[in-house]
Ligand binder design. Structure first.
Ligand code: ADP
Ligand code: MG
Length: 425
């Protein structure tokens, strides 16, 4: 509390009102909202004539402004603008809307991103984008940032990873400079936090993020967040924050389909001097299904090899260049395989996976198998439930959450999960 109170000073006492000076608008608002009652009570104890308080802003900055020296004010504004634009990290010039190929799996997320980027008013807050890795979250977030910066340069856009947010927070705690932190973060018009799952389980960072988030939303500023899961699936995230994150618009990017993959390959080749036959592109789009990052990696490898050899690329050579990648993609993991591996690891019968027996000896391995089925395959929760003796999807979800939690607290479980994953995947 002292850091809030000590910058204040008494200006005058007049007609029952004690006038108090605060060095900035931010501090004044904070004191008025949080400490006004306490200060008044304290002052009344000192002098019964004090009936009310008036906190007003009076700083070097504003007294300069009062003299309306417009040059100095403009310089000050510029400095503030530059200061706050330092907050975000530099954007990748490639991550624009122009370079983002739209298809069925991402059209909703793209439309939502476009809507936020195009509008000056806050339509939904926050915009929450989620997907598995490599499907375009960061690309879409930065596309929004580029678009807003270009259309309305005066709007202050800050894009950063959740990790960077935590770094700023910890640094300001260490330097005892929370005020600057709060002031900086509350002065942005659009705050974008990428990979917010990073702060799961990091309670004080979450707490601070929650306050920042609320302050911005209350002031009608846009917040955009991305994560690898939907808000309700973010384990280790406080309930309040989880529910708040789901208040706006939640949009997910689905796994790619063949058309989108081919479209992306074609668009990446547009500015490339090396030509790759359409047949080879189709082959890559059919085979490399994991995510867009790997798809790009595969294409780059084929381009590099074509450049190196100088010959026309055939499907046969592409197969050769990409053999390791293709092997990984070909290996399709089935639930049955997971059940077999888990059952044998814990020396239980395969039929125990679908039985109704609830003895711990079989219940735990069964839950581990459900966990791995969710983690390593793209199967839906109800479908997984059906494969485990017709269990309900909530049972699968419960198992998943429980095991995920235990991997954080129980080293034996963590070791087993790692071992089993490596045997299966
Ligand atoms: P995420 O943040 O979801 O892990 P990224 O946004 O980093 O994924 O995307 C991984 C790579 O795939 C990036 O190079 C990105 O440009 C590319 N990419 C993803 N989706 C698309 C798309 N629809 N069109 C063009 N490139 C894409
Ligand atoms: Mg990303």
């Amino acid at each position: 509390m002292n850091s809030w109170i000590s910058p204040l000073s008494v200006d005058k006492f007049y007609s029952g009102v004690l006038y108090i000076k605060a060095p900035s608008m931010f501090l004044r608002d904070w004191v008025v909202n949080n400490y006004a009652d306490v200060i008044l009570r304290f002052c009344k104890k000192e002098s019964r004539e004090i009936r009310s308080l008036e906190v007003f802003v009076c700083s070097m900055r504003s007294s300069v402004a009062e003299k309306s020296d417009s040059k100095i004010v403009a310089a000050e504004e510029k400095r503030k603008k530059q200061e706050s634009s330092i907050l975000g990290v530099p954007l990748d010039p490639k991550f624009t809307f122009k370079n983002f190929v739209v298809g069925k799996p991402n059209e909703f997320a793209h439309a939502a991103a476009m809507r936020v980027a195009e509008s000056d008013k806050v339509a939904f807050n926050p915009l929450f984008l989620y997907s598995a890795v490599g499907l375009g979250k960061t690309h879409l977030m930065q596309a929004i940032a580029w678009h807003i910066k270009e259309r309305t340069p005066r709007r202050n856009v800050a894009y950063m990873s959740a990790e960077k947010f935590m770094y700023h927070f910890i640094k300001s705690v260490r330097d005892k400079d929370m005020m600057a932190f709060k002031e900086q973060f509350r002065s942005v018009d659009v705050l974008m936090i990428d990979d917010v799952q990073f702060i799961c389980g990091k309670d004080s960072t979450q707490e601070e993020f929650f306050h920042t988030f609320n302050a911005l939303v209350d002031n009608n500023r846009q917040v955009i967040v991305s994560a690898d899961k939907s808000p309700s699936d973010l384990n280790g995230m406080g309930e309040r924050l989880k529910s708040r994150l789901g208040w706006g618009l939640v949009a997910d990017i689905h796994q790619t389909n063949y058309e989108l993959r081919l479209g992306i390959l074609q668009s990446k080749l547009e500015d490339c001097p090396i030509k790759i036959p359409e047949k080879v592109l189709e082959f890559i789009a059919r085979k490399v299904t994991s995510n867009v990052r790997e798809l790009e990696g595969a294409l780059n490898r084929v381009i590099a090899s074509a450049d190196f050899s100088g010959n026309e690329i055939t499907i046969e050579c592409a197969k050769e260049f990409l053999s390791d990648l293709l092997r990984a993609c070909d290996k399709k993991i089935t639930i049955e395989e997971i059940q077999k591996k888990v059952a044998s690891h814990y020396s239980i019968k395969l039929s125990d996976m679908s039985s109704s027996c609830r003895a711990r000896k079989v219940a735990l391995p069964r839950q581990i198998a459900m966990y791995l089925a969710k983690k390593l395959t793209a199967t839906s929760l109800p479908e997984i439930g059906r494969n485990f003796g017709g269990r309900d999807h909530t049972t699968v979800l419960h198992a998943f959450k429980k095991i995920e939690e235990r991997t954080g607290t129980d080293p034996d479980i963590l070791r087993d999960i790692k071992l089993l994953s490596s045997l299966i995947a």
